[in-house]
Ligand binder design. Sequence first.
Ligand code: ADP
Length: 252
Amino acid sequence: MGSVGAKEVPQLLNEAGRRIDGRGLEDLRALKIEAGILNRADGSAYVEWGDNKVMAAVYGPREVHPRHLQQNTKAIVQCRYNMAAFSVDERKRPGLDRRSQEISKVISEAFESVLFVEEYPRTSIDVYIEVLQANAGTRCAGIVAASVALADAGIPMVDLIPAVAVGKIAGKIALDLKKEEDNYGEADLPMALVPRSGRLVLLQMEGHMSRPELEQALDLGVKGCLKIYEVQKEALRARYAVRSTEAPEVAA
Ligand code: ADP
């Protein structure tokens, strides 16, 4: 937000109301989701969203590690969000930093609210999110990928969770910020929605907005989430279509 030193602030919105990549204020970046691409994991998904590339893998319900985290009445959801050292231009220290730990925690809580955890006491549902290439909105891309991976693993859940960040750039509310917009804009508001109930299961904000702007941002975010939800469902349908055309096993 704002620039320091010699770096020039890019013009985030031109006279025609177009953003730096040509999008309008209510447009999403291109989104592609593929389900079931890792053989080892119980469920997996790969997401390309603008310049973000994110992989999610799910294991479980399975034995809890470390053991003392086990809960007698429900499964625990352990999400690990990690940004690869090569995912950003700047030098990033490999491994889990404070930011990754915080994102892992809020994503775990979002999924715990839609998974039927009481059905699987003393187990763990492990969700790994690896950001291979980052360009803002990676926690949302991680949630979108992990939802599809959980469904691909056949783990019962209330609903898939679409997610998107809404922000404020050049005084206007805009959907799905890319990196320059996130860096030089006035606000960034990632959110995750349970479409079936209309409940928000993640909502964070950096920067500042007025209350009417916040309401406009929430409306725009929900609209964006519903579009993403369709792409998630389509990825699972495509996965199912592949499975059902595979040659049936011959009985012995
Ligand atoms: P999100 O990716 O969910 O928007 P942030 O708002 O924290 O999360 O980050 C915005 C963007 O800033 C990231 O997507 C990434 O492109 C970049 N970024 C985040 N952390 C780092 C880092 N440690 N080094 C370089 N770039 C980073």
